[in-house]
Design a protein around this ligand. Structure first.
Ligand code: AP5
Ligand code: MG
Length: 215
């Protein structure tokens, strides 16, 4: 695998699966949400701007996102491919990304569309906890860290994301339906979209993804 996009609503398990894919296939995981959260934490100008939108569950404006991703994808560590988690998220971003890879003579291999019904997402988000260091996802009931508040993978602090409050999650789901779900049709037309049922145990979802990615 070289260039793969993970699509799916908030709480679908994009971050969870991305960690596993990136480990097994030794591919770089780039999460725009994680990049924004790191900027918010450091109080950078980008972080201050992004926070206004993230706290409401709105999307950060396309121009900000596209510039950020375009810059990130030109780093040396992206030469051999990457796994994008949370980008593109609008048709504008997808078109921008298409032009970016085309200019470089590259190709997008696969879009993994992880689908989970809204009624399953809400309890997932209510119990979700995230590592501030490496972005690993946990859940207070179904997948707690071995030591409370400490990441199993990197020892970082495990906390609750500000945008996981129920009202904000509901808005994020609406924003997904309005602005991101049109991408499913966009990528289906290219023949690169594969739908993955995300409402199954993590390992089962991962097996399906590995079968699609090949060895
Ligand atoms: P982002 O960080 O990308 O959030 P998101 O897309 O809303 O998705 P999440 O990270 O909430 O969910 P996930 O699918 O990664 O699920 P996870 O694996 O954690 O974006 C945040 C914000 O940043 C956006 O709202 C926006 O403001 C901004 N932003 C980012 N990118 C942008 C862009 N391109 N354009 C504009 N704005 C952008 O799992 C969730 C929970 O479920 C966990 O507790 C996990 O343990 C559990 N779980 C996972 N899989 C399973 C399973 N199979 N069964 C049971 N439980 C499971
Ligand atoms: Mg995530």
């Amino acid at each position: 695998m070289k260039r793969v996009v993970l699509l799916g609503p908030p709480g679908a398990g994009k971050g969870t699966q991305a960690k596993k894919i990136s480990e097994k296939y030794d591919v770089l995981h780039i999460s725009t949400g994680d990049i924004f959260r790191a900027n918010v934490k450091e109080g950078t100008p980008l972080g201050l701007k992004a926070k206004e939108y993230m706290d409401k569950g709105e999307l950060v404006p396309d121009e900000l996102v596209c510039d950020l991703v375009e810059d990130r994808l030109t780093w040396d560590d992206c030469k051999n491919g990457y796994l994008l988690d949370g980008f593109p998220r609008t048709v504008f971003q997808a078109e921008h990304f298409d032009r970016f890879i085309e200019k470089r003579g590259h190709e997008l291999d696969l879009v993994l569309d992880i689908e989970v019904p809204n009624e399953v997402i809400l309890p997932r988000m209510a119990g979700r906890r995230v590592c501030r260091g490496c972005g690993a996802s946990y859940h207070v009931v179904t997948h707690p860290p071995k030591v409370e508040g400490v990441c199993d993978l990197c020892g970082g602090e495990v906390y609750q994301r500000a945008d996981d409050a129920e009202e904000t999650v509901l808005n994020r789901l609406k924003v997904y339906a309005d602005q991101t779900s049109p991408l499913i049709e966009y990528y289906t037309k290219t023949g690169k979209n594969a739908v993955v049922d995300g409402d199954r145990p993590v390992e089962e979802v991962f097996e399906t993804i590995c079968a699609l990615l090949g060895e």
